[in-house]
Design a protein around this ligand. Structure first.
Ligand SMILES: [Zn+2]
Length: 324
């Protein structure tokens, strides 16, 4: 019987899932609202609903395991959500134990940015590399470190928080408790804040957009039109990203950095400053061969990563022999 694994991406707005074979073929996709406002039990019921829908659609095939990515701090080995920005009441919540009451299946959870990196390593921009770092430049900055084809999770499962590298000792406060983190400048939130800090200039910009609240996309559209202030924001963002990447190069001596997330769309406006900083700050020998590339799998990276992670866990636990 043909086997498959379900990969889930548990976002604050939607639960996205796909049934995927060992070869990376998507057999079926499901997307439903997460319904965070209706409480934890509703979210859990929705996760189970997604799995059920897929199982019904793929009758005759065997579901081997389920992998899921969640933003926040995840204790991978225990299947515990320590804390998540999207689910404020999930504190030290043993999601695996809760779901195993309803699922007679191996079930694994991990940080969503770790899984995006795993997905890019399996089928995307990192597939030809043994080791690389991925930075997801979205509302925040997620990070994942892949070393010798494995996600580096660290002692407690918290490794790879690349968005919280300190750039400015007395910089903007970060929800993590630190100040001046990379995330405060190289994310959509950071871009909006930097634009708001130049509010007088923004008075001029806002005439182009009416009364709408400023968004990172608006700053991007202005940069495209050659607006000097918008271009400066992306240059600053690019520099800061380059400082973070140069540190990682000096620490890890790996040669690939994959950049994903919505902010990476502004590539042409920030990447020259990023490369410039890397050249200036990383050791010449380690920095010279470094490649900084765009992610290839878009929103599917996390789903593929969840599948890859679940397949690896199955293999190492010897639970099920996977056939494509
Ligand atoms: Zn931080």
């Amino acid at each position: 019987m043909k086997n498959y694994v379900i990969g889930l991406d548990l976002g604050g707005t939607n639960i996205r899932a796909a049934a995927v074979t060992r070869g990376g073929e998507i057999l079926h996709r499901v997307k439903i609202p997460t319904e965070v406002a209706n409480g934890r039990e509703r979210v859990i019921a929705n996760i189970l609903k997604v799995i059920d829908k897929i199982k019904k659609e793929l009758k005759g095939l065997k579901l081997s395991a389920v992998g899921m990515g969640i933003p926040g701090i995840i204790f991978f080995n225990k299947g515990i959500v320590a804390q998540s920005p999207n689910f404020p009441d999930w504190i030290d919540f043993n999601l695996r134990e809760r779901l195993s009451k309803n699922l007679a299946l191996p079930f694994y959870i991990d940080n969503d940015a770790n899984l995006a990196a795993a997905g890019e390593g399996w089928l995307g921009a990192g597939k030809k590399f043994n080791s690389f770092c991925m930075l997801t430049l979205g509302t925040g900055v997620g990070g994942g470190i892949v070393l010798n084809k494995n996600i580096w999770r660290g002692e407690y499962g918290m490794a790879g928080e690349l968005g919280h590298i300190t750039i400015y000792p007395d910089g903007h406060p970060c929800p993590c408790g630190n100040k001046g983190c990379l995330e405060q400048y190289a994310s959509a939130t950071g871009i909006v804040r930097m634009a708001m800090e130049g509010k007088e200039k923004f008075g001029v910009w806002s005439s182009e957009f009416g009364e709408k609240d400023i968004t990172a996309d608006m700053v991007y559209q202005l940069a495209k039109k050659g607006n000097k202030d918008a271009l400066e924001i992306f240059q600053k963002m690019g520099r800061i990203l380059g400082i973070g990447i140069a540190d990682l190069i000096n620490i890890l001596n790996i040669e690939l950095f994959v950049l994903g997330g919505g902010v990476a769309n502004a590539w042409d406006y920030f990447i020259p400053s990023t490369i410039d900083e890397v050249r200036k700050r990383a050791y010449r020998i380690t920095g010279e061969g470094v490649k900084v590339v765009k992610a290839e799998l878009g929103d599917d990276a996390g789903i593929f990563g969840a599948v890859y992670m679940a397949m690896n866990e199955l293999k190492s636990s010897g639970v099920v022999e996977l056939r494509s």
